[in-house]
Design a binder for this molecule. Structure first.
Ligand code: ZN
Length: 160
């Protein structure tokens, strides 16, 4: 889904920042930009931290699931329902990430669409008690795994 190479991400993020100096809240999750980084750029920064933080790497599934659930416009309704069900099964029933990946590989083994076409995406603002801006604290990678878990728990509650 995204390039996991932190150095190419950093280059890309810097050019993205140069292009967009305005601090506009996210049209989907309502998060503020952090140091002029939008949600997608903050996600890239958190993923870059994973290389130095095994505890954060261990919750990679949660990080991506939380990001996707708070930015749903790009996904088909079916993909979104699957994402929601996976997060709930993982948190409530301990369904492993390995099992989630195995099922997804089976399910999406074909021409099934996960992403909506750009023209069909309709971002809708929804307010959440925690967003990625509460997880991505610049220069504070310490404790990021715990922040991701709190983020996932908050989203889990608000999905009820
Ligand atoms: Zn957002």
């Amino acid at each position: 889904m995204m390039d996991n190479n932190p150095s190419s991400f950093t280059q890309w993020a810097h050019s993205a920042i140069a292009r967009n100096q305005e601090s506009i809240p996210c049209p989907e999750c309502g998060a503020s930009q952090v140091e002029e980084m939008n949600c997608w750029e903050q996600l890239g920064a958190i993923i870059a931290w994973e290389y130095q933080d095994p505890a954060l790497m261990a919750v990679h599934f949660l990080t991506v699931a939380c990001y996707n659930l708070q930015h749903p416009a790009q996904f088909t309704d079916e993909a979104l329902a699957g994402l929601r069900a996976d997060l709930i099964a993982h948190l409530d029933e301990g369904l492993t990430v390995q099992e989630i990946r195995r099922r997804a590989a089976q399910h999406y083994n074909g021409p099934r669409r996960v992403l909506k076409k750009e023209a069909e995406r309709r971002p809708l603002l929804r307010h959440w008690s925690m967003t990625i801006a509460d997880v991505y604290l610049p220069e504070r990678p310490q404790g990021a795994a715990e922040r991701v878990k709190a983020w996932a728990a908050a989203i889990r509650n608000e999905l009820r």
